[in-house]
Design a protein around this ligand. Structure first.
Ligand code: NAD
Length: 291
């Protein structure tokens, strides 16, 4: 596959898109175009900044143009659902889509965030089936992780969130996951230290799915008491910038194996790529060129 854009893009090149707002910072175009070029697939991945008022027209336009599919990111993951012809079980339970595939002219919504998290764990030798997880957070990332872990056979999930506007959403996650999968899932106040100690004591994995640890919150850990960490606990973070969040630094100091959010990011992309192309993303090649 040639490198030059005027040689690579032809009259037959298909479109895969990303719609979000804001989007110009996204690393997804680089990831997917590297993979498409490496495999010689005649398609290009382009990002479009689309605001809430433009969402319905953008989706209709992508369908009319015959795009292979597209990613959907903030703020459209939930509002896109009613615009699609069908959605996967995971996307229905999560209530949000990050990936849309055009199948025979119909738009099918999927959610690959949770799949990406589970695949990243598996890459580290951690299986979700039969495991107990303590999950910090009750927003979009936590929902995707909780639903997928439940679908993949987790024994129990202990959700913790502070009493902000996401706590009520946590109650919804618990109800939906229980009803949809029968998994043992409970929600607790992040300040309830006895409940946190008990949950972590029975858990194989402690996962941060809050935004604490990055940006303006980079100096904070979402875990109120690092003394709950013990060496046989696997600790993961959705945050990958910084590469080692304060939580992961505390966990490493306690002797835990740790994983940042990069694996989830790459594997959710790989899962979307598989849906659009039927092929495996060459993750080694992509990872080697993403820094
Ligand atoms: P969201 O806005 O839906 O949820 C935010 C969550 O953070 C809520 O649970 C909220 O209660 C919690 N929170 C915020 N401030 C807090 C504080 N000071 N103390 C304790 N909890 C606090 O966001 P989201 O879409 O779920 O994203 C969460 C994080 O996950 C972001 O950092 C995002 O970049 C990251 N993310 C990473 C990946 C990946 O592939 N690695 C994928 C999706 C999201």
């Amino acid at each position: 596959m040639p490198d030059e854009i005027h040689e690579r893009i032809t009259g037959r090149t298909e479109l895969i898109a990303l719609i979000a707002d804001p989007i110009r910072h996204s690393r997804s175009p680089r990831m997917h175009n590297l993979a498409l070029a490496h495999l010689g697939i005649d398609a290009a991945y382009l990002a479009f900044e689309v605001d809430e008022d433009g969402l319905a027209a953008a989706v209709a336009g992508l369908a009319a143009l015959g795009a292979r599919g597209f990613n959907v990111s903030m703020p459209h993951e939930m509002s896109i659902v009613p615009l699609l012809d069908e959605i996967s079980d995971a996307a229905r339970l999560i209530g949000a889509c990050n990936t849309v595939v055009r199948v025979g002219g119909r738009l099918r919504g999927e959610n690959t965030d949770g799949v990406g998290y589970v695949a990243a764990l598996r890459e580290r030798g951690v299986e979700v089936a039969g495991a107990t997880l303590t999950l910090l957070g009750a927003g979009g990332a936590a929902t995707a992780i909780a639903v997928q872990c439940a679908l993949d056979g987790a024994r129990a999930i202990r959700l913790f969130n502070r009493r902000d506007r996401f706590f009520a959403h946590g109650e919804q996650i618990v109800a939906t996951v229980r009803e949809g999968t029968g998994t043992d899932i409970t929600l607790h106040d992040l300040e309830d230290l006895p409940a946190l100690r008990a949950a972590v004591a029975e858990s194989h994995v402690l996962a941060n799915a809050t935004e604490v640890g990055m940006g303006a919150l980079a100096h904070l850990s979402p875990l109120p008491d690092p003394a709950v960490l013990r060496p046989d606990l696997f600790v993961s973070d959705v945050v990958y910038a910084p590469e080692r969040s304060l939580l992961l630094r505390h966990a490493e100091a306690a002797g835990c194996r740790v994983m940042n959010g990069l694996g989830m990011m790459f594997h959710q992309g790989a899962a979307s790529f598989r849906l659009w192309t039927g092929q495996e993303m060459p993750l080694d090649v992509v990872r080697a060129h993403m820094d």
